[in-house]
Each structure stands twice: as C-alpha cells, then as structure tokens.
Design a protein around this ligand. Structure first.
Ligand SMILES: Nc1nc2c(ncn2[C@@H]2O[C@H](COP(=O)(O)OP(=O)(O)OP(=O)(O)O)[C@@H](O)[C@H]2O)c(=O)[nH]1
Ligand SMILES: [Mg+2]
Length: 357
C-alpha cells in the first residue's frame, strides 16, 4: 500500500512542546514553504491530498484473505443459498434468513431482496450462481456511498477525534492509523485524551513508540485540555495530523457524551476551525448493536467517519449493510487484526465479495 507515496524516514521523537506562544515560525529555508503532503505523483498537486491509495494488488490480497477468513462464517451461510439449481421463492426465503442471520437488519435485507429480484428480472437470469453475482452487485451498490477516503492536507494539522464504546478498538486503531498515515508521508501527533485510566495513557504511549511519534499527555488532566494542548503543539511542530484518543463510553452516559462535545468545542478554539474529523470506532463483532451505536454517536457528535474493527474475528459483516441503509456514515477504515499493518481502507466491492465468498 502507498507505493505511490514517497517514503521518508520515520520522524524522530522531539522534545515536549514548549508552552511557547504560537504560531511558531520556521526561519530556516525561507523559500521552502511546507507543502501539505509530499506525494510523488506527477502532474499538478491537488489542493486536497487524499491519504488513501488505490489498491496495490499483492499486500491488498493478503488483507482480503484475512477479511474473507474473518467473514467466512457468514459468507458460508449466504453462499450456500445459491448452491441449488432453481431460482424460486424458497431461495429468496433462505436468502432472507441468511442475510438477517448475518446482522444485515430488516431494512437492508428488504432493500437487497427487492433490488436483487429486480436485477434477476431485468437480466432474465435462471442460474443461481448468476443470482449470487447479482447479489454481489446489489450489495456493492448499497455500500458504495460508504466508500469515502479520509482526506488530510486541507488543514494543518488535521485534527481527528476518535470515540467509541469501551474496548471497541479505539487506541489500537489510532496506533494502526498512525502507521497508515506515516506510510503516506503524513506526520502525526497523538493526544492521550483518555485521562480516565493511567493505563490508557501508557497503552497509547506504546503505540507512539512503535510509530516513533510524539504524544501529548497530562497526568489526571481534563480530556478537553489535553486535546487543546495537542492541537496547539501540533501546529507548533508542523504536524499534519493530530489524533485524539478518548475514553470508552456508552452513548447513554450523557455526561460522558457532553465531555466529547467539550473536546470538540475546545478543539475549535485552538485551531480556529472545527475539529476536522470525528470518527467512531465500532467493534465489528457487536452485530446490530453497532448500528445503534452509529445512530447514537452521530446524533450526539455529528460523525464524519467510521472505523470498523475486528473483522478478522467472529464478525458477520452484514451490519455494514444496515449502516449503509439506515445511517450512511462513511467507513474510512476497517481493522483486521492487532498489528500495526492491520488497517485498510474500505472498498465496497471487495467487502461484498468477501461477504459472499
Ligand atoms: N482481532 C482484532 N483485535 C483488535 C482489533 N482492534 C482492536 N483489537 C483488540 O481489541 C482490544 C481492545 O482494543 P483497544 O484499542 O484497547 O480498545 P479501546 O476502544 O481503546 O478500549 P478502551 O480505551 O478501554 O475503551 C485489544 O485487545 C485489541 O488488541 C482488530 O481489528 N482485530
Ligand atoms: Mg483505549
């Protein structure tokens, strides 16, 4: 991945941010105004640089295999619907059951069945295998609106807050996302705004070490204050991205949701622009509950994107169709493991195929 981005050595850790006034000028090399993100692409540099590469076959294939293995339980049950020789009501009934069992939810299941029947009629298909291919098309079309790249470079730094319920994979995803961004030559600063537990700071510090990036922490500090410091430091140090880790919470814990809104407000003050991205991390194994989380966090925080984790585990995957149908927040990334490289961009077609493999 990112083979088209120019590689550069990892940024060495620098000294802690001075409480110095801002903005910090960069007196050296006056002629070289820092470009948002260096990209080794010929031709004019676009105003906004997407930090997402088009798929590169080989590494992408390894990742796809992981995703397929993770989704196999579901895929097997959906795929078996098409092993017969006839297209009849029984096939559609079995498909309805299989989709519901895969956490697709009633609305998305109804939509997919109606769409599929229309396609079958139009194509005058009589072969179940061809119907399966048409279902893959229907799922791809349903998921396409969710396939949207995370764009950085428009703001410096781009400030990204990461929220979600306890244990969803927020901190791990931040670690992986840091690597992903570094692969695209973006420099990252981490903000340990999960001040709830000391262990949370330490966990993020481990990911900072692995990625050789700086981390802003405050002992027992207020999450909004940490976030403010980090945005200030990110600007002073010329970082491209500030990733703000937050403590896990349920959307029903209203005071904790208010805490996230406060981080948003304070981020606004430090940067004079809104917090640029509010990402929700969802554990892909939580089934239909994931949709409930998307709706609740989106209502409270106006999400800009999602990261779906643990798709290498026992996730059934169908809930992504439910999200597409009922609350289509873009899925920037999916997580397929616990290692630095186990994060990938979401691709609707690949996902549809993995679901039916
Ligand atoms: N298999 C797998 N495990 C994951 C993935 N992402 C995270 N995990 C694991 O999920 C567990 C929780 O991850 P964290 O990153 O600590 O989750 P969190 O949302 O930060 O948790 P809190 O801060 O406690 O709310 C850890 O054991 C991670 O290794 C993934 O994509 N695949
Ligand atoms: Mg965490």
């Amino acid at each position: 991945m990112f083979s088209f981005f120019r590689k550069k050595p990892p940024t060495p850790p620098t000294a802690p941010a001075p409480a110095a006034p801002l903005p910090v000028e960069q007196p050296v090399q006056p002629a070289a105004a820092p470009a948002p993100l260096p990209v080794a692409v010929p031709g004019p540099v676009p105003a906004v640089l997407p930090v997402v590469a088009p798929p590169v076959p080989e590494p992408r294939k390894g990742w796809l295999d992981k995703l397929k293995a993770g989704l196999r339980k579901t895929g097997a049950s959906i795929a078996t619907v098409f092993t017969g020789t006839q297209i009849d009501d029984a096939l559609y009934e079995d498909l309805e059951t299989a989709l519901l069992m895969a956490d697709t939810g009633v609305k998305a299941t109804e939509h997919l069945l109606a769409d599929l029947k229309k396609r079958v009629k139009e194509q005058k298909t009589t072969d179940p295998a061809a119907v399966k291919a048409l279902l893959a098309e229907a799922i791809t079309d349903l998921l396409k609106p969710l396939q949207k790249p995370l764009v950085i470079g428009e703001h410096k730094p781009t400030v990204i807050m990461v929220a979600g319920v306890n244990g969803a994979g927020k901190t791990t995803s931040i670690g992986k996302l840091t690597r992903h961004l570094a692969n695209g030559n973006a420099t990252v600063l981490l903000a340990a705004a999960d001040t709830f537990r000391a262990a949370a700071r330490e966990q993020l510090a481990v990911w900072a070490d692995r990625n050789t990036v700086d981390i802003i922490t405050q002992e027992g500090g207020d999450p909004a204050a940490v976030s403010f410091d980090a945005v200030t430091a990110g600007r002073a140090r010329g970082r491209d991205v500030v990733l703000v880790d937050t403590a896990g919470r349920l959307p029903t814990q209203l005071h904790l949701m208010e805490e996230l809104r406060k981080i948003k407000r304070v981020g606004q003050k430090a940067d004079a622009t809104p917090l640029h991205e509010v990402l929700l991390v969802i554990d892909g194994t939580t089934g239909q509950n994931a949709l409930t989380q998307v709706k609740a966090f989106d209502d409270a925080l106006q999400l800009t994107g999602l990261i779906i984790t643990k798709l290498d585990g026992t996730a059934k995957g169908g809930v992504i169709c439910a999200i597409a149908r009922e609350r289509p927040v873009p899925i920037y990334f999916i997580g397929v493991g616990e290692k630095l490289e186990d994060l990938e961009t979401f691709n609707a077609r690949e996902f549809a195929q993995a679901l039916l493999n």
